[in-house]
Design a protein around this ligand. Structure first.
Ligand code: KIV
Length: 272
């Protein structure tokens, strides 16, 4: 079905920058386990994000804050085994990089060594510059994340659109330029006005991947459970659902229960 799967070469950070240069949009989706990562990769995804949204969709937490570095490594390790082509990026979880740059580097090294992910993603701008620089110095590619940064939900108090005000928009622009300047290979912009996101994508040479940031950026990312309709309790305006897996699973499971109860399953051919 995908029109972009002919190119089976491994996606690298350099290839993403080339994609931006030739105007080819970048498709990114989250995954947290081997089986789904294998399917998503085989469909032709460019980037697979082992997001700390695993805290919500895999562990059932209200926020991304509780997930630990060990848990992120577990998810990334599983994803990596299913992926041949996509670039695999793993989120540094809350509390694993904000303390100081030495701790941040140690966390990033653990992700790279133990999971074999190919890059890390970090939320924030100037506040975490030193940590990002130290990680980059160790040869670890970093993807930035600005705008709505869910690890700061307790500071924001709401998941509503960020950077509507001039001062916040200006800081976001400065942070994006700084992330490019110090060597981040890409940037996620979450839930900000489309005009601002488009402006940032034009200002920086690194790919800008949006989620709720409009179509003027260099690529899009969604949370897999949301776009496949597994998680139906989350319906922001920016979300497009490509399947209704919760209905499909519900029907299949109800059918199975019925077959067991009525002794239709297993039949003679389904036994030894
Ligand atoms: O954790 C995550 O899934 C993310 C995306 C929403 C970009 O950071």
């Amino acid at each position: 079905m995908s029109t972009y799967t002919e190119d089976q070469r491994k996606v690298t950070t350099h290839r993403l920058i080339e994609m931006k240069q030739r105007g080819e949009k970048i498709a990114m989706l989250t995954a947290y386990d081997y089986s789904m990562a294998k399917l998503i990769d085989a469909a032709g995804m460019d980037v697979i994000l082992v997001g700390d949204s695993a805290s919500n969709v895999m562990a059932g937490n209200m926020t991304t804050l509780p997930i630990t570095l060990d848990q992120m490594i577990y998810h990334a390790k599983s994803v990596i085994k299913g992926v041949k082509r996509a670039l695999v990026v793993c989120d540094l979880p809350f509390g694993s990089y904000q303390g100081n740059s030495k701790e941040a580097l140690a966390s990033a090294i653990r992700i790279m060594k133990e999971s074999h992910a190919e890059a890390v993603k970090m939320e924030g701008g100037s506040e975490i510059r030193e940590s990002i620089e130290r990680i980059l110095c160790a040869g670890i590619p970093v993807m930035g994340h600005l705008g709505l940064t869910p690890q700061s939900i307790n500071k924001f108090g709401t998941y509503s659109v960020r950077a509507r005000e001039e001062a916040e928009a200006q800081k976001l622009i400065e942070d994006a330029k700084m992330l490019e300047e110090i060597g981040c290979f890409a940037l996620v912009l979450e839930k900000i006005p489309a005009t601002l996101a488009t402006k940032v994508a034009q200002l920086v040479s690194i790919p800008v991947i949006g989620i709720g940031a409009g179509g003027g950026v260099d690529g899009q990312v969604l949370v897999m459970h949301d776009m496949l309709g597994i998680n139906k309790g989350f319906s922001p305006r920016f979300l497009r659902r490509y399947a209704d897996l919760s209905a499909i699973v519900n029907d299949a499971v109800a059918h199975y229960i019925d077959d067991v109860k009525t002794q239709d399953f297993p039949n003679e051919k389904e036994q030894y």
